[in-house]
Each structure stands twice: as structure tokens, then as C-alpha cells.
Design a protein around this ligand. Structure first.
Ligand SMILES: C[S@@+](CC[C@H](N)C(=O)[O-])C[C@H]1O[C@@H](n2cnc3c(N)ncnc32)[C@H](O)[C@@H]1O
Length: 232
């Protein structure tokens, strides 16, 4: 099986396709809401591809953090301009030195945790956002209608999706070696997420599925929603 770093870096992986074809589409939806902002913060940043893309498009500084030391080392080794990376656990709810003008919970960040922890993460977002910050949340909602089977051609992975309450189990077999892999995502209802954001004083200005017509075979991505929230 490929390592997390290989998956996050360019190569013949799902993540490479996400970067090559999809980031500009995502950017066209979010950039107009972030112009003039000074600092983008991205928890669970991986190598920072998504948040750093946004930061460069709007001419902002970037701060990303990730729990995996090897991922942080690889991100730092890229020597990106106006970017810094730290090894931090998002669930320690760290307080960065500067508040975020744009806070990004990117693809698969919020879905990594069950709802009680998602709400704590959103409380943390409220605490680290500067005044009038833009909060961007990519997520797969409980309403998503995924096929039971999905052959993701680019990485030649066969996926089976099994929804169980708030969990979406994905069983994957990578071809040709057929190594099995199991992953779990926690899918919130869109309404619950929006109600929670309103409780924090946020105003939802946009909620789209940016990749609904995008050139990807990855069904989860076509149904990913992007919420854009103006914070108080
Ligand atoms: C799907 S990847 C990030 C993808 C990123 N949006 C991109 O486009 O490259 C998820 C990342 O979350 C990190 N992660 C998982 N749990 C974490 C936690 N509790 N705190 C910080 N990072 C975490 C993983 O190490 C992994 O790098």
C-alpha cells in the first residue's frame, strides 16, 4: 500500500488527480470570498496543497498543521514561500499565534470525526477566526447518495460504500494486488452543521457541490459540499 506521503504528493494517486484537475474548480468558488485576507490556516493540512493553493491565489500567508511528523517534515521540505507548518493534533485545539482570516477545514477534515467532536472543532474554529474571517468547510453530508460500488479508474481502486447511521464505511481493493483497506468517515447532516455555525454567529453565504460536473471518477468528490461562512 502507498504511504500517506506518497498519496498526498504528486504521483498516480487520487490526490494527484484532485490537484491537477479539481483545485482550480474549487478555487473558482472560494477565492472570490477570500480576497484581501492576510492569513489562511488549515488544520489537518497534509502537504498543504489545498490551503496553500488558496493562499497563493489570494496573496496571503499560510499556516498548516498536521498530526503526522513525517508529513510535516515533507511539507516543510518543499520550502514554500510565505508558508509554515507545525506538527499539532487538531484535537488538542491549538491556539495559533495569529488568528485566521481564512480558516479551511478541507477535504476529509471534518468527516474524520464523529458529530460531538465535529461540534468541538467548530467551536475551536470560532475561537481562532479573526473578526470577519471566512470559514470554508468541505464535507460529505449524510444526504449524499453514493453508489454501492465505485471503480475509481485513475488509481484503479474498487470501492464499496456502506452507510451505517452517522458512519460511511468504505472498503477498497487496489488493483492489481487487491490489498483490502477499510476507512470510516462521519457524515453530518448539512442542516445540523449550518445550525451549529449560526450558533457561533456565522452567516452561510454559499453552499455548493463544486465538483458535481467535474472530471473525476471519484463519487465522494462529486458530492462533496463546500460551505462558505462569514464569521462575526
Ligand atoms: C486527507 S489528508 C489532507 C488532505 C488535504 N486537504 C490536501 O488536499 O492535501 C488528511 C490529513 O489529516 C491528518 N490528520 C488526521 N488526524 C489529525 C489530527 N487529529 N490532527 C491533525 N491532523 C490530522 C492526516 O495526517 C492527513 O495528513
Amino acid at each position: 500500500m502507498i504511504s500517506l506521503i506518497d498519496a498526498l504528493a504528486d504521483g498516480n494517486t487520487d490526490d494527484a488527480s484532485w490537484r491537477r484537475h479539481l483545485l482550480p474548480i474549487w478555487g473558482s468558488k472560494v477565492v472570490p470570498h477570500c480576497l484581501g485576507k492576510g492569513l489562511v490556516i488549515e488544520p489537518m493540512s497534509g502537504l498543504g496543497a489545498q490551503g496553500y493553493y488558496l493562499a497563493t491565489e489570494i496573496g496571503a500567508d499560510y499556516f498548516g498543521f498536521d498530526i503526522e511528523p513525517a508529513v510535516v517534515a515533507a511539507a516543510r521540505a518543499k520550502n514554500l514561500r510565505r508558508a509554515s507548518f507545525e506538527c499539532l493534533d487538531a484535537l488538542s485545539f491549538p491556539r495559533p499565534k495569529r488568528r485566521a482570516d481564512v480558516l479551511l477545514l478541507g477535504y476529509e477534515a471534518i468527516n474524520a470525526f464523529p458529530w460531538p467532536i465535529q461540534t468541538k472543532l467548530l467551536d475551536w474554529c470560532g475561537a481562532v477566526c479573526a473578526q470577519n474571517a471566512t470559514l470554508i468547510i468541505d464535507f460529505l453530508s449524510r444526504e449524499a447518495r453514493l453508489p454501492r460500488f465505485d471503480l475509481h479508474h485513475e488509481s484503479r481502486t474498487l470501492n464499496t460504500f456502506i452507510p451505517r447511521g452517522d458512519r460511511l464505511l468504505t472498503l477498497s481493493w487496489e488493483l492489481p494486488n487487491l490489498l483490502p483497506r477499510r476507512s470510516t468517515r462521519f457524515t453530518p447532516y448539512t442542516k445540523d452543521l449550518i445550525d451549529k455555525l449560526r450558533e457561533l454567529g456565522g452567516v452561510v453565504v454559499d453552499c455548493q457541490e463544486p465538483f458535481s460536473n467535474a472530471p473525476t471518477t471519484k463519487q465522494c468528490l462529486t458530492q462533496m459540499k463546500t460551505l462558505i461562512v462569514k464569521m462575526p
